[in-house]
Design a protein around this ligand. Structure first.
Ligand SMILES: C[S@@+](CC[C@H](N)C(=O)[O-])C[C@H]1O[C@@H](n2cnc3c(N)ncnc32)[C@H](O)[C@@H]1O
Length: 227
């Protein structure tokens, strides 16, 4: 009997204790999951990051479309439930029992959150830091195209000139984040930076707005932001 009480208390703590770190478990309704999938508009092969993935319903919904889905969830019962209920889509779904505030977020194309009002500003700041970091990483690993023909050389000269202009603006950022960069890295990093900024990172938030940013679209209590 005492064991049952103990188990009961542990389960209650798992569901209520998360309030100290984020929103308690309250799943997005099925109709709203459809709205979120529509707003996210991810293509097969892209990756969604969900902060506080609950029972994994959104991870499953996007995985059905061939989208990779990574969820962070603090409640171990929900992690196990997600793991089992998305078993069929295990190639696409990853769920980890971690606090999303205390890890380095993996690279992704979009994010879904259902948090609480007090956490929205913190989220905004972390998204901005995350995107700066991702750009710096992709810059470091990029290689410039080869100068293999007269025409190629000319195109390279034009794009390098454009890069050189932009590079001046990026220099302080590169110095801060990548101590050993060369000018060539910097030029190519800038090019990558420019192309990744064009394809804007999407964040969909359910129920709560990011006050620092204007949503580009809203639908039934869902807010779509582009960073
Ligand atoms: C409002 S529910 C949303 C669940 C799911 N995203 C959905 O929309 O159906 C918030 C979830 O975030 C989890 N959570 C809260 N704080 C967290 C944290 N710091 N790290 C990971 N998960 C957290 C809770 O356990 C809960 O399952």
């Amino acid at each position: 009997m005492e064991i049952l009480w103990l188990i009961g208390i542990i389960v209650v703590l798992m569901f209520c204790g998360v309030v100290a770190f984020g929103a308690p478990f309250l799943p997005t309704l099925s109709k709203r999951v459809e709205d979120a999938v529509e707003l996210l508009d991810l293509k097969p092969g892209q990756t969604l990051l969900e902060l506080g993935s609950g029972d994994g319903r959104l991870l499953k919904a996007v995985a059905k479309k061939g989208v990779y889905a990574i969820g962070y969830e603090l409640n171990p019962i929900l992690v196990v439930y997600t793991y089992l209920s998305t078993w069929r889509y295990r190639k696409y779904v990853t769920v980890k029992c971690r606090s999303y505030w205390h890890i380095k977020w993996p690279q992704s194309d979009a994010m879904y959150v259902f948090l609480l009002n007090p956490y929205m500003s913190k989220l905004h700041k972390k998204v901005v830091q995350y995107l700066d970091y991702s750009d710096a990483i992709s810059l470091q690993s990029a290689k410039p195209p080869a100068r293999n023909s007269l025409f190629g050389n000319f195109r390279r000269f034009l794009s390098d000139t454009q890069d050189r202009v932009r590079y001046v603006r990026l220099l302080p950022f590169l110095k801060k984040n990548n101590k050993n960069h060369t000018k060539q890295d910097g030029l190519y990093a800038q090019r990558k930076f420019a192309s990744s900024s064009k394809s804007k990172y999407k964040v969909v938030s359910f129920a709560f707005e990011i006050t620092e940013k204007k949503p580009v679209k809203t639908k039934n209590g869902m807010f779509l932001y582009k960073y």
